[in-house]
Design a protein around this ligand. Structure first.
Ligand SMILES: *Cc1c(COP(=O)(O)O)cnc(C)c1O
Length: 387
């Protein structure tokens, strides 16, 4: 054969790969099939690489174990997991009830896409009692979308109660469980139908990979989620799936440390004269603490606090004085971050006054003393500008 032909087939490794601790990262769109009958045998063969190869399959199996799921669908981002699950499970004429404290880009998807395709979207106050929420739902309501705690203001919902009441009425429930990271809270064990996560945050853990997941215990529902991805044509890379699997190995250790660091800082902040209140469901005395204590096994490093009132310039001075905390929107990585929240709260339907500027912190793996010193310097800058 000519070099031209030989180069197409040269270097192929036949037979088993060596057995490493992690899965092999296969790269492939084309899957070579053993015979003609296999070409159209989708029940017994993976016939195309878009569905994911070795590393994606390993990650799905690991996440299914973590979530107690029949199967887990992977998406190219956390937002894609939520939009993909909603597109897979809702149809024109349906209504969805969405908690008002939902991650803001989900709201953008609901308002700009779901509504355009004939799905009615109704936002509800996170403090709505479950009996009222489900009892007053219209017959068109197909799904209730929760996020508990909310990722800016940390409102908790009585998730198991809402799930049980919704199930009695044939309404699906889904939750954005990015704060619980699949570990601190197990939505499927509490009766939720679809557990969604931005793996980008704690599972990735290093602020460098995007991915999302949707887990379901009911095999029929899991099948619908997988179909939804197939219909939309989304795929995640083997390299990214490998990075997520690597993050999963140390997830419990990182969460344990970051949760403890976060609680230590939250308790310290509560005693600082510039601070009005703390919004951290795992801190005793904070809103939602009872629900957290009943349903969660731990805390992550994300919480907010309210500063005593001062002009906007003082908030900027606080943030600009931070040097160990970075200024950035994401969370779940190994590094500490801070943002001001107030501009994001304006979109809410049930706007609430927190009595001062709201600051969100993500506490990473730095030494707590260094983080406290950084915050103390920033509070001094705040006090100076507050006059
Ligand atoms: C970041 C985040 C998402 C979206 O994840 P991406 O991977 O950035 O798309 C969804 N929900 C919450 C609560 C988040 O913080």
């Amino acid at each position: 054969m000519s070099d031209q032909t030989r180069l197409i087939h040269a270097g192929k490794i036949a037979g088993a790969l060596v057995n490493t601790v992690g899965p092999p990262i296969q790269k492939g769109s084309t899957v070579l099939l053993p015979d003609a009958a296999a070409l159209y045998d989708d029940d017994n063969y993976l016939t195309y690489g878009r569905a994911g190869l070795s590393a994606q399959a390993s990650l799905r199996a690991a996440l299914a174990e973590l979530e107690g799921a029949a199967d887990v669908a992977l998406y190219p981002s956390g937002l894609a997991a939520i939009s993909g699950a909603l597109l897979a499970l809702l149809a024109a004429g349906d209504e969805i009830l969405v908690v008002d404290s939902i991650y803001k880009p989900v709201r953008r998807f609901c308002d700009n896409v779901l509504k355009r395709f004939g799905v009615a979207v109704t936002y509800f106050d996170p403090a709505t009692p479950p009996e009222t929420l489900v009892g007053e739902a219209s017959p068109q309501v197909r799904m209730i979308m929760l996020e508990s705690p909310g990722s800016l203001s940390f409102e908790m919902q009585d998730t198991p109660r809402i799930a049980a009441l919704a199930r009695d009425r044939g309404i699906l429930t889904a939750i954005d469980n990015t704060w619980g990271a699949g570990l601190l809270f197990k939505p499927l064990d509490h009766g939720i139908d679809v557990s969604l996560q931005a793996l980008t945050k704690y599972v990735g853990g290093h602020s460098d990979v995007f991915m999302g997941s949707a887990a379901a215990r009911d095999p029929k529902l899991a099948g619908k989620l997988a179909d939804g991805i197939n219909h939309l044509g989304w795929a995640v890379s083997g390299e990214d799936a490998y990075a997520m699997l690597r993050g999963l190995r140390t997830l419990p250790l990182r969460l344990d440390r970051q949760g403890a660091n976060g609680l230590a800082i939250a308790a310290w902040l509560r005693d600082q004269p510039e601070v009005a209140s703390i919004l951290h469901p795992a801190l005793p005395g904070c809103p939602g603490h009872d629900l957290w204590a009943r349903d969660f096994t731990g805390a992550c490093g994300l919480f907010s606090f309210v500063l005593k009132p001062a002009p906007e310039a003082a908030v900027d001075a606080f943030l600009d004085a931070l040097s160990v905390f970075g200024l950035g929107f994401s969370w779940g990585g190994f590094e500490s971050l801070a943002i001001s929240c107030d501009p994001q709260l304006k979109v809410r339907r049930y706007a609430k006054s927190y009595g001062g500027p709201l600051i969100r912190l993500h506490v990473g793996l730095e030494a707590v003393d260094d983080l406290m010193a950084d915050l103390r310097r920033a509070l001094d800058a705040y006090a100076k500008h507050a006059g």
